[in-house]
Write a new protein. Sequence first.
Length: 110
Amino acid sequence: MKLLLDQNLSYKLVESLNGKFPDSNHVRILGLEFADDAKVWEYARINSFTIVTQDSDFYERSLIYGHPPKIIWITTGNVATQSIRELLLNNTEMIKDFAENPELACLELY
């Protein structure tokens, strides 16, 4: 499963996540840091990414349009990048189960 990290998360997370989530990327690295949500959504859909964000806009978009792409919504508020890294890595199995479940569109992590 590939993660696409939204602009509200550090691009520095990509390297440390690629061991558990190969081929993950960040909107900044892909040149999408100024793209609107619709463009990021479409990029993720076409390229089989799961969007990881702290922004409720993608969750709301998933309610309207369904999935793919799937959304991992991090609702911890402002925390250090290390905390986000640990949250994702500590929940690897839950994230992979979520990815395999065709019924689920959004996973909230807090």
